[in-house]
Design a protein around this ligand. Structure first.
Ligand code: ZN
Length: 382
């Protein structure tokens, strides 16, 4: 373990802030740190808090953080605003919040605005949550602004999600998108002292009675007065005690593997396009040299044979340079393998661990529409 990782484990808040910046910027030292801290992951409770703008989420999150601090728990707040740029309001509000909690090293706050793609933002949020988990924070609160698909994707990184509603939201509950209703483990009706709180709760209950399944808790809060915060925290903690209901998450594109005769000219081409090499390594067991270049939430994987008898050398001989495989990240690799095997797909290996610690399986092109398919277990820090 590096000195950096050790100091962060010892609770050095200043180093943690620097580490968060390295992770956000995809600095190689950040990636190294995440690997060092990975053995400690799985401790934190990751809570998503989402809801429409103006629902008072920030005040609610601050209230939760203070209540947790009174219990002696450490907290990280990741405030994510997919709609705003780095120069926008999110950062300004964040500065005020940071000053408020400045004296308390037990509360870490980082706010993130869109910097290009949503995929990049979701990845940065996930990596920061893993960092905070590995650093030993007891709770990671991921606050997202808005009610669109983007926010659902980010809130979906959490283990327990709180959806915040307020009275007078136009058509009230109907105004909230279906997707966000589905991810809720707890509903907070904030500004519950305002007219219309009863109506919101009635609509919510009517809607939940139709949906079946485990009914999420409904808690009334007045964040500005600190009312209902203890009850909300208790409801969140109860949601963690429920048997884990694994949500089915659709597979996503992890990378495209491209076989090339030589890495350097291929890298030069993609660099000219504006991509950068995140990672280069030689995998002796597979007789291949690899360069990974992130592209949004996916990556391009360039593969160069390292020996004449490498499988990539054989591929080049037969087919010439080109697309070698497509890699999908799946939420539950074993379940996917079982389903595919039952459907008669040709799997080329049992799930095994690759060089970067990923578990993966290859599916024969004959079963996958003519392309070699790699399935990777989604990184899981829950
Ligand atoms: Zn691959």
């Amino acid at each position: 373990m590096t000195d950096w990782a050790r100091k962060i484990r010892d609770g050095d808040a200043r180093l943690l802030a620097r580490a968060a910046t390295a992770v956000e910027n995809r600095d190689p030292r950040g990636a190294e740190l995440l690997r060092d801290l990975a053995p400690f992951a799985g401790h934190a409770r990751i809570v998503g808090i989402t809801g429409p703008p103006g629902a008072g989420k920030s005040t609610l999150v601050d209230g939760l953080a203070l209540a947790l601090r009174q219990q002696g728990k450490t907290v990280a707040i990741l405030a994510v605003d997919p709609s705003s740029r780095a120069t926008g309001g999110a950062i300004l509000g964040d500065r005020i919040r940071m000053q408020q909690h400045h004296a308390d090293a037990g509360i870490f706050i980082r706010s993130m605005a869109t910097r290009g793609s949503l995929g990049g933002l979701a990845r940065a949020t996930r990596d920061l949550a893993r960092l905070m988990d590995g650093a030993g924070r007891d709770y990671v609160l991921i606050e997202t602004v808005g009610v669109g698909q983007d926010e659902v994707a980010i809130a979906g990184l959490a283990q327990v999600t709180v959806v915040v509603l307020v009275p007078g939201m136009g058509d009230d509950v109907q105004a909230i998108k279906a997707g966000i209703m589905e991810i809720a483990d707890v509903f907070a009706i904030n500004k519950a002292d305002q007219a219309g709180a009863d109506r919101v709760e009635r609509e919510l209950q009517a809607m939940l009675s139709l949906s079946g399944g485990i009914a999420p808790a409904i808690v009334r809060t007045i964040a500005t007065a600190g009312a209902g915060i203890a009850e909300l925290l208790a409801a969140i903690d109860r949601a963690f005690e429920k048997p884990a209901v694994r949500r089915t998450v659709a597979p996503s594109l992890d990378h495209l593997g491209i076989a090339v005769r030589a890495l350097d000219p291929a890298i030069a081409f993609y660099q000219a396009l504006g991509l950068t090499v995140e990672h280069r390594e030689s995998i002796a067991a597979e007789k291949v040299n690899v360069a990974m270049l992130p592209a949004g939430d996916s990556r391009i994987e360039l593969l160069e044979p390292s020996t004449p008898d490498s499988p990539i050398a054989k591929f080049l001989e037969k087919r010439g340079p080109g697309l070698h495989h497509v890699a999908l990240r799946v939420p539950d690799l074993n379940a996917a393998v079982e389903r595919l095997a039952a459907a008669g797909a040709r799997l080329l290996n049992a799930p095994r661990e690759g060089a970067a610690g990923h578990t993966y399986v290859f599916v024969h092109p004959a079963s996958a529409g003519g392309v070699l398919l790699e399935l990777i277990q989604s990184e899981d820090w829950h």
